[in-house]
Design a protein around this ligand. Structure first.
Ligand SMILES: [Zn+2]
Length: 143
């Protein structure tokens, strides 16, 4: 029997059908936020307090990457116990903001090149007896 699957971080991404990160968009200045902003707009020139939830682009361009040997700060969700992995910073196609994520399993920094196309996938981050905990990752896009 398959294990139940659930997000390691609730509400940060969708994985039913096409994987996508869930962010918000300020209804005043149209700025996108990830993780979700829902109280005050972080754009210093904007007084917006109304946000709509949006699915962010599942594709983008590799902006930077590193071999990560330390547990990263939020919003990234690290496995426990922590294992080193390749970390990619990807500029989203539409929103032009950079979102960090672990590189999909089977890929290392040797497979990465700044400027290459990347796509969002959802994979198991860790598991226990009953459940696989899911997280978003970045994978070199197949065109
Ligand atoms: Zn705003």
């Amino acid at each position: 029997m398959g294990k139940a699957k659930k997000p390691a971080a609730e509400g940060w991404f969708t994985y039913q059908g096409t994987a996508a990160l869930i962010g918000t968009r300020c209804q005043t200045c149209q700025t996108f936020f990830f993780p979700k902003e829902s109280h005050f707009c972080r754009n210093p020139a904007c007084q917006g307090t109304a946000f709509e939830e949006v699915e962010l682009s599942p594709r983008g361009t590799l902006w930077s990457y590193t071999n990560n040997c330390y547990a990263p700060p939020p919003p990234y969700v690290a496995s426990d116990p922590f294992r080193p992995y390749a970390l990619a910073a990807v500029e989203l196609e539409r929103e032009k903001m950079v979102v960090l994520g672990q590189v999909a399993s089977g890929f290392s920094t040797d497979d990465l090149k700044v400027g290459m196309a990347m796509e969002l996938v959802v994979e198991t981050l860790f598991e226990d007896e009953q459940t696989e905990y899911l997280v978003w990752k970045w994978k070199p896009a197949v065109r």
